[in-house]
Design a protein around this ligand. Structure first.
Ligand code: HEM
Length: 469
């Protein structure tokens, strides 16, 4: 092993020193995250500590132990980490700032608007906006068109999400400046891993100016002019800071766009999956008495999306499994002994970081046979959702974790699932789709490992044509 490993007290995991790929004080993994963790797991077992910049970070990589960490919400806190890093990254005041009393509570309340009754509103609005963008940008031709898949997903999902979350200007249904906004967003997003790693923004050329432009876009007099019964109206009253709106925009598209890309890519590269999902969507429509034709707009309401659609959901979950590389972080609030099962405990000091890295579980051949292969029906059993997956002959409580876990779980997860389903439904209903020759080997770009859904290392060319129905 090329790392110095110290054996410590019996209740302390092996300590690995001298590993430098982490940047700054922060947590950017960079290219070697999976390899690094997998290598040390084989050598030192499922629990080990990495020392960096004076901090101790203990990785727990056995998914059978995840429930013990997740249930320690009080002693192992997520928000200490996010409350510190998010304001610096997105440029809003610290959540405990005296200038904005109650900000923390406002932010937490705004997360609730992504669920429950508001989710119905959001989902309906997203449907209309997706349809609008599809109709105006892509449904006008009957010949084969050629496109770049990531760019296609980005342009449709970015604009439809922006309209859904933040409304539109009063004079038009679409924003004139959306392309410029999207380009700036992509430039900021490129630097996102460095910002999260707490590299000072002044060292990232031009990024501060781009962030300022993006924040200014959300000033109340520039956007949100036509807000009636929308999510935006409620959201705006609760969280009046434009920099926080910008953070919400990042949260709502930063992972959703690559997740949509992977679901679309896997469907196009697996025709049997595409066929099964298309058939399932057609059945949902016909059961609701909707007769589909390509010159009318489709509406899929929340009740229809909530119907058991096992092939679509399994396809999306399988894409998450293969492309997600988020790290779940907790910060110890006190010195204590973290009990991991009946016979194991780990000494934790106040300020230590405990991390789970579910990608290791997602690619574990003991849990998922042939883990690198896409199988659209991996999460289907006897026509229903499959939820039993095993490790060491024990059923796993957590087997798929693209959205984090416990108290830190993504509040937008239901909305994300709905919007990806809506996007795929429109895509498969309206278009014949094909990959261009030689485009069936998309690779994951590991450079934002630790932060969510990985992007493809290169875009993929595809062809699409209006279906004749
Ligand atoms: C496929 C799409 C998505 C994925 C994979 C995803 C994943 C995640 C993950 C991994 C976290 C951090 C959880 C943790 O560290 O334990 C998170 C947090 C968050 N997500 Fe998502 N997310 C997605 C879509 C969305 C959408 C559509 C929204 C909003 C419309 C959203 C809003 C948020 C917010 C606000 C947080 C911060 C929560 C907090 O600080 O407590 N996400 N998401």
């Amino acid at each position: 092993c090329d790392c110095a490993v110290c054996c410590r007290r019996k209740d302390e995991p092996p300590l690995i020193k001298g590993w430098i790929p982490f940047l700054g004080k922060g947590l950017e993994f960079g290219k070697d995250a999976y390899k690094f963790l997998d290598k040390h797991k084989r050598k030192h077992g499922d629990i080990f500590t990495v020392q960096m910049a004076g901090k101790y970070m203990t990785f727990v990589l056995d998914p059978l132990l995840y429930p013990y960490i997740i249930k320690h919400g009080r002693q192992l806190d997520f928000h200490e980490f996010s409350n510190k890093v998010a304001p610096i990254t997105f440029g809003y005041p610290p959540v405990h700032s005296k200038l904005h009393p109650g900000l923390k509570e406002q932010i937490q309340r705004s997360f609730k608007l992504l669920q429950g009754e508001s989710l119905t509103l959001l989902t309906e609005s997203m449907m209309g906006n997706l349809m609008l963008v599809f109709r105006q940008d892509h449904l006008g031709h009957s010949d084969w068109m050629s496109g770049s898949m990531y760019q296609f997903c980005l342009s449709v999902m970015f604009e439809a999400t922006l309209l859904t979350m933040f409304g539109c200007v009063s004079s038009a249904r679409r924003h004139g400046g959306v392309r410029a906004l999207r380009d700036d967003f992509v430039k900021f997003d490129d630097k996102f891993p460095l910002l999260i790693a707490q590299v000072p923004i002044c060292l990232l050329r031009g990024t501060r100016a781009i962030r300022k432009k993006l924040i200014n876009y959300f000033l109340p007099d520039r956007i949100l002019k036509e807000v009636s019964e929308s999510f935006t109206q409620i959201n705006n009253t609760l969280s009046p800071l434009s920099a926080h709106h910008f953070a919400m925009l990042w949260a709502s598209v930063g992972n959703t766009v690559p997740a949509t890309f992977w679901a679309m890519y896997y469907l196009l590269s697996h025709p049997e999956a595409l066929q099964a999902v298309r058939q399932e969507i057609q059945e949902v429509l016909s059961l609701s008495g909707v007769e589909f034709s390509n010159d009318t707009d489709v509406k899929l309401h929340r009740e229809q999306l909530d119907k058991p659609t096992t092939s679509s959901e399994s396809t999306i979950n399988e894409s998450f499994r293969l492309s997600s590389a988020s790290m779940n972080i907790r910060v110890a609030q006190e010195d204590f002994s973290l009990q991991l099962g009946e016979s194991r405990s780990v000494a934790v000091r106040k300020g230590d970081i405990i991390a789970m890295y579910p990608q290791i579980m997602h690619l574990d051949p003991e849990i998922y046979e042939e883990p690198k292969k896409f199988r659209f029906d991996r999460y289907v059993h006897n026509g229903a959702e499959k939820t039993d997956f095993y490790k060491d002959d024990q059923k796993l409580k957590y087997y798929l974790m693209p959205f984090g876990s416990g108290s830190s779980m993504c509040p937008g997860r239901y909305f994300a699932m709905n919007e990806i389903k809506q996007f795929l439904s429109l895509l498969l209903l309206y278009f014949d789709l094909q990959l261009e020759d030689g485009q069936s080997r998309a690779e994951l770009d590991p450079s934002r490992a630790g932060l969510g859904i990985l992007l493809p290392s290169a875009d993929v060319r595809f062809r699409y044509r209006l279906r004749v129905v």
